[in-house]
Write a protein that binds this ligand. Structure first.
Ligand SMILES: [Zn+2]
Length: 442
């Protein structure tokens, strides 16, 4: 064999072996097309490992406009994102392959050249590469990678951490606002003040002096010395101000549940308890039953009478009222077997043989007591038929009426305060009996 031919064949075999080795490279960019199961973290690692052929690599030639052209090593230094796949014989954008979307543009066109398919028509390579790196999806990938690198270097805070930080800040602000709302509601509740007026919707306005009800008035008063709080209560572009009637009602309901829970524990720890009930019609025309419990506070050894709930009622028969009471006591988790007493006014539905008290007695040994205040009222009404009692009560009423006028009341107060203790009652009596001690017409 001709030695030259032998050498040429040997060189060709070596080249083929080398090319085969390159073809099988595990980090050839073509190995990572459409690999959806690679995590983001792994993609960042892969980006640094994507294979770049050596400088002496013989790139395959392609025919473009009657010219044989091939990939140039200089492309790598000008377009840093380029990769060349030996397996697919063409160029790819490695960052778009690893981080890019499958579709882009307004019409969501599928990405192909440089992303899904190899680029190997090198005639206008420079222009095509420049255009590619101007696309939004390519820029997004670059931004993602640079952000990751900045975060790793400590130059940038991750977006998740920023969002989390903001979320914590907003949560803290909102908690401050709702705490203020709760405090205002508790204050109004303790003082027995109605929360709402009739001009109390929307955000708070610190520039007017309108009466917006006790709740909003209290908030305004508290926020006057706190500019941050004032700003947060005024601002209408923030989601939570916790001023709405719905929020107020929710907080009142929660307070009700907390108070009830404590009361129920206290009542259930007593050996027994009595129930007190009365009905009245509310402003909306709904019949409401007020249910109270009377029991011994075993810790303080005192008798307590506590209001439990208002219960709307539709039927006023004894059995219906008894059912409502039992259902609600059960709902409150009160042990109905421990009821030993019941107190109502003298209404027929309550006291008759088929009234409420009789139905309660069927289930528990609860002795019925007529309400003492109602009894006193009835006794006075009946006894007014006697002239002596009627005149006495008339006299008391006249005396009370006479001292309602401020001038007379002031004189009365002055004389009472100037009179020494033991003789005070005597002097008061003298004052009332003797005309001329003071000018009663003043
Ligand atoms: Zn790209």
């Amino acid at each position: 064999m001709d030695i030259r031919l032998f050498l040429k064949n040997a060189e060709g075999e070596n080249h083929a072996k080398k090319q085969k080795k390159y073809n099988d490279h595990p980090y050839d960019i073509a190995n990572f097309l459409d690999k959806d199961n690679i995590s983001l973290e792994e993609r960042h690692i892969l980006l640094k490992k994507i294979y770049i052929p050596p400088l002496n690599f013989q790139y395959p030639q392609t025919l473009c406009a009657n010219r044989k052209l091939k990939f140039q090593n200089s492309y790598f230094t000008r377009w840093l994102w380029l990769a060349h796949s030996i397996r697919n014989s063409g160029a790819y954008c490695k960052i778009c392959v690893l981080f890019g979307p499958r579709y882009a543009g307004i019409n969501l066109v599928k990405l192909n050249t440089l992303v899904k398919t190899p680029f190997n028509k090198y005639k206008d390579a420079g222009e095509i590469f420049d255009n590619h790196q101007k696309t939004n999806y390519h820029k997004s990938c670059e931004l993602m990678i640079s952000s990751k690198e900045s975060i790793q270097k400590g130059d940038m805070i991750p977006i998740s951490a920023i969002i989390d930080k903001n979320r914590i800040k907003i949560a803290k602000e909102n908690r401050g606002k709702i705490k203020l709302t709760i405090e205002a509601i508790l204050y109004c509740g303790l003082q027995g003040l109605a929360l709402r007026g009739h001009r109390d919707s929307g955000s708070l306005n610190f520039n007017n002096n309108d009466n917006e009800g006790n709740f909003r008035g209290l908030l305004k008063f508290k926020a006057l010395g706190d500019p941050v709080l004032m700003e947060s209560l005024i601002s209408t572009n923030k989601n939570a101000t916790y001023l709405s009637p719905r929020n107020q009602n929710e907080i009142i309901d929660i307070c009700n549940n907390i108070i009830l829970e404590k009361l129920i524990v206290e009542i259930n720890s007593a050996p027994c308890f009595s129930i007190l009930a009365d009905e009245t019609t509310d402003i909306a025309g709904i019949e409401q039953m007020s249910l109270c419990a009377r029991y011994v506070d075993t810790h303080k050894n005192i008798i307590k009478e506590m209001f439990l709930q208002f219960i709307p009622v539709s039927s006023m028969t004894g059995s219906a009222l008894a059912d409502i009471i039992f259902v609600n006591l059960k709902k409150l988790k009160l042990n109905i077997n421990m009821i030993r007493g019941q107190g109502y006014d003298g209404a027929r539905a309550m006291i008759q043989f088929n009234g409420l008290q009789a139905f309660i007695k069927k289930k528990c040994p609860a002795i019925y007591f007529h309400c003492a205040a109602h009894s006193l009222n009835l006794a006075i009404s009946d006894s007014c038929s006697l002239p002596l009692i009627s005149n006495c009560l008339g006299k008391i009423s006249s005396i009370y009426e006479m001292f309602r006028y401020p001038k007379r009341q002031n004189i009365l107060n002055r004389i009472i305060s100037e009179t020494p203790g033991p003789t005070r009652r005597k002097n008061c009596k003298k004052l009332v009996q003797q005309d001329g001690v003071f000018d009663i017409k003043q």
